[in-house]
Structures are given as C-alpha cells and as structure tokens.
Design a protein around this ligand. Structure first.
Ligand code: IMP
Ligand code: MG
Length: 178
C-alpha cells in the first residue's frame, strides 16, 4: 500500500520481535494455572493473535468491545461496553490486551468494570504507550513500545476505520483534528 501520508515508525519485524519477548516474559510471570487474555476490540485484534501465539503456555482468549466518547483534548471520558465477554472472570488470572494507551480513560474505566467481576488478578499488556498524553492513571504491566505524542495507524490501529491492515505501525502525517 503506497500512501504518502504514512511514515513508518515501527517496522513489522520490530513489532514481531518485541511480541516474542513479551510472550516469553508474560509466560514466565504466570508459570501455572489458567491465563485468560482479553482482547479490546477492534484495535488489539492483531496484537492478541500474535501475542497468544508467542506465549509458551496454554491461554484462553475472549473479546470485549469498548467505545469512548468525548475523546481528544477535552476527553470528558464517557466509556461504554459495546460487546461483553463470553466467559466469567471469577477467580481468573486476567491479562487485558490493548493496542495503545493514550489518555488512559478507556483502561481506567475497564479496570473498574472488570475488577467487580472478582478475578484473582488483572494485568495490562499494551503494544503502544503514549505516556505524555495521560489524563487518568493506568498501570501498564507490559508495554511493547513507548511512542511520542503522534497519531499512529497500522497493525490494528485505525483512522476512521482505515489502515488497520498495514504490517507496520506508521505515523499519519496529516493527523485528524483532536
Ligand atoms: P485512551 O482511552 O485515550 O487511552 O484511548 C485509547 C484508545 O484510543 C485506543 O484503544 C485507540 O483505539 C485509540 N487511540 C489512541 N491513540 C491512537 C492513535 O495514535 N492511533 C489510533 N488510535 C488511537
Ligand atoms: Mg482501542
């Protein structure tokens, strides 16, 4: 796909190498028991499928849809669950798998929602982190890459539902007004 607005920030090779490391690290941190990976749709679907296959142990997977309103500079932060989980979390070891942590509004909300379901533990794996943009506190246990405050697309991340299927993570040089 040739698009002059796109500039590669993290190549497909670097993404895959980092995910292999994360898979080993997370597997090491959970030596026994069932590990339940929750993919936050839609952006994290590519990351989830690669990360699950990089794990050196059995895992179960599930999917959750979240939509965030009032985002951007004002970030009033209204969050809504659009697709709920299929499996109960009671007593489970849970890893939330997210594409990117930006303001932190989504994950801050989600941690509260999922905590009420009485899992044994919850950790967060995010492929990308933009720490400069944080408005709400979120502890991200596993980070793929910290990136600067730029709008990125590819490897699951979209702009208006486009560019998700790029292999690389790219900066969109004409970013949307936020
Ligand atoms: P937060 O609630 O502000 O942390 O938002 C996280 C969500 O915003 C992510 O799951 C993405 O869907 C979206 N998002 C944040 N930054 C970007 C970006 O640079 N590109 C594409 N989507 C983004
Ligand atoms: Mg998302």
């Amino acid at each position: 796909m040739v698009d002059t607005k796109l500039r590669v920030l993290i190549s497909a090779e670097k993404i895959q190498a980092r995910i292999r490391e994360l898979g080993e690290q997370i597997s090491h941190d959970y030596p026994t028991g069932t590990l339940h990976m929750i993919c936050i749709l839609k952006g994290a679907c590519f990351f989830l499928t690669d990360l699950a296959r990089a794990m050196k142990r059995d895992v179960t997977i599930d999917f959750m849809g979240i939509s965030t309103y009032g985002k951007g500079k004002t970030s009033s932060g209204e969050v809504r669950v659009t697709k709920d989980l299929d499996i109960s979390l009671e007593g489970a070891e849970v890893v939330i798998v997210e594409d990117i942590v930006d303001s932190g509004v989504t994950l801050n909300y989600l941690m509260h929602v999922l905590d009420q379901r009485k899992p044994h533990s919850i950790r967060i794996a995010a492929l990308l982190d933009k720490p400069e943009r944080r408005l709400r506190p979120v502890h991200v246990n596993y980070v793929g890459f910290q990136i600067p405050d730029e709008f990125v697309v590819g490897y699951g991340l979209d702009y208006a539902e486009q560019y998700r299927n790029l292999d690389d993570i790219c900066v969109l040089d004409e970013p949307p007004a936020q």
